[in-house]
Each structure stands twice: as structure tokens, then as C-alpha cells.
Design a protein around this ligand. Sequence first.
Ligand code: SUD
Ligand code: ADP
Length: 298
Amino acid sequence: MSSVTVRVPAKVNVQLSVGPLRQDGFHDLVNVFHAVSIYDEVVARPARSVTVSVTGGWAAEVPLHDGNLAVRAARALAARAGCDEGAELVIHKTIPVAGGMAGGSADAAAALVACDELWGLGLSREELMEIGAGLGSDVPFALMGGTALGTGRGELLRPLPVGGPFHWVFAVADAGLSTAHVYKECDRLREGSPVPEPRADEELLAALRDGDAAELGRRLVNDLEPAALALHPPLAGTLRAGRDAGALGAIVSGSGATCAFLAGDEAHAAELAGVLATTPGTRAAVVAEGPAPGATSL
Ligand SMILES: C[C@@](CO)(OP(=O)(O)O)[C@H](O)COP(=O)(O)OP(=O)(O)OC[C@H]1O[C@@H](n2ccc(N)nc2=O)[C@H](O)[C@@H]1O
Ligand SMILES: Nc1ncnc2c1ncn2[C@@H]1O[C@H](COP(=O)(O)OP(=O)(O)O)[C@@H](O)[C@H]1O
């Protein structure tokens, strides 16, 4: 086989409820993932060892060494399958980096699917998800796509029925936030207060099922948002700008620093994007739809 190309979506968390800090340094979550139509593509070609390069405006911000999640994914797959093949990986990067949209996890998921096909391994999606969970909490969802309820540290997934499509605008910040720092800041802000076990919001799940954007907009919740705002205060202005412009809901995407805005339809999303593109601290305003399919070989 000369090459395999895999397309993989970004995500937003429409509910991110964070439980107490666990012994292993992670938090139990109720994480309602929603894949959106902003995609990276990963191309894999035969090679002696695993290498990676990145194209696009984000290239300078993506590590090219062993820390690249796509490289780690390819190596983890080879180790699991007991194969000594390599792959030349090229990531065509569109998903914002350090933006709370799981771009690194997406590339890991895409690399798993691409190398599985390139090397003729034939692993099941469940097996790839198991390997993915060892690489990062968000990797299994990038393989699954759609909309799903994530529990545990986010790796235990149940697909959810959705009556969408939902129309979104993402205000990409001119700064990134580290996921680990944001969780740490969340713990710091909650120190001394009781932290309940997270629970799925049944009204939010119903809004997703019914395709009710207005209700979903009212129900969006992210326990990491206060921490993201504390670490990067200009995000409060971005959220306010989207709300003032008539967004049905406004939320920090995961650990940030991208902000997500729910619109009523495509035209409303375009209108919101026009306003958000000129908001200070915003690098770009991108329109997308959800749910989108998980990592797919083209
Ligand atoms: C916050 C979320 C929401 O979906 O994603 P992002 O918005 O960053 O993309 C995820 O929980 C991020 O998942 P992911 O980026 O895969 O994180 P991991 O590599 O597994 O963990 C990075 C660090 O985040 C913290 N972490 C992660 C998951 C979790 N349930 N509890 C945690 O405390 C830990 O400090 C961990 O060392
Ligand atoms: N393939 C990759 N794409 C993007 N970032 C990567 C990749 N591999 C490793 N990283 C590292 O992971 C960090 C978090 O990236 P990303 O997954 O884009 O953000 P988030 O965790 O906020 O969703 C980056 O700052 C970068 O150092």
C-alpha cells in the first residue's frame, strides 16, 4: 500500500463535570463529547521508522519529536501488534493547538487508524480505542466521533443519540492553555469546598436527542471554565461578546483556550463568526457543525 489518509474531527464538551482529584492524578468526569466538523488529516506512508512532519498554520506549535501524540500512537500500535514496521506520518493540521479541542488526541486516533490499515493489522475499533486510552483520556472519543457520554477519566464511552445538526462558532484564542495546568487551577479554586461526584444532566441529554439548540445552549456547562478564565482572563470578554451578539450558549471548550458558541442555524453561525472575528484576543472565528464522524480512512 502506498499511502493511507485518515480524517479526524475536533471536539467540544457540551457538559464537562469534574469530580474530586483521584489518587492517580486524574479526575472522574461526566464528559459529554461532541465531535465537530473541524478536521485534521493524517497521511501514513511506508517507512523504516516512525517519523512525523506537520503542515499548516499551526505547524510551529506541534512537537516533531517523540512527544508527538501521533508518533506515540504509531509506536504503541506496533508494540501491541508485535510488528516492526515504520511509517512516515504527515499531519495536515487545522484543529487549534492547545485549544481544548483535542487536536493532539485526534492526531493520535488518526495515526492508529492509518497505521493499522498501512500495516494490514486489522485491529477492531474497540482494540484501537483500548490502545488510545493508554495515550490520553480523549483519544478513544476521537476514534468514536459523533456525540458520547464519557465517564472515568473520559475514556469510558457510551454513544448518545442526537437530533442535530448543531451549528457552532469557535473563537480561537491568541493563546493556548495547558490541560494539566487548568485541572490544577480547578483543584486550587475548589480547595476547601466539597466536590460532588459528577452526574449527567438528563435535560441536556434530552436537548441533544431532540435537536433543541436553544435548550442545549442554556444547559452548556464546563467545570474547568472558572480555571481557564483565571489563567487567561481575556476569555471572559470573548464569551461576553458572543452572548451579546445573540449566541444561544457560550462556553470555554474543554480546558480552553478556544471559546465555543452555539447558533440557531447556519446563517446565525456566520453572523456570530463575523462579530467574533473582530473580538480582541481572538486569532480566528471558525464555523462548524456537529456531530461529526470519528477518525475515518478516506
Ligand atoms: C479537558 C479535556 C476535556 O475533554 O480535554 P481538552 O479540553 O484538554 O482537550 C480532557 O479531560 C483532557 O484529556 P487529555 O488531553 O486526553 O488529557 P490526558 O493526556 O489524559 O491528561 C493530561 C492531564 O490532564 C489532567 N486530567 C486529564 C483527564 C482527567 N479526567 N483528569 C485530569 O486531571 C491530568 O493532570 C493529566 O495529567
Ligand atoms: N499531534 C499533535 N498535535 C497537537 N499538539 C500535540 C501533538 N502531539 C503533542 N502535542 C502537544 O500537546 C499539547 C496539547 O495539544 P492539543 O491536543 O492541541 O490541546 P488540548 O489538550 O487543549 O486539546 C500541545 O501544546 C503540544 O505540545
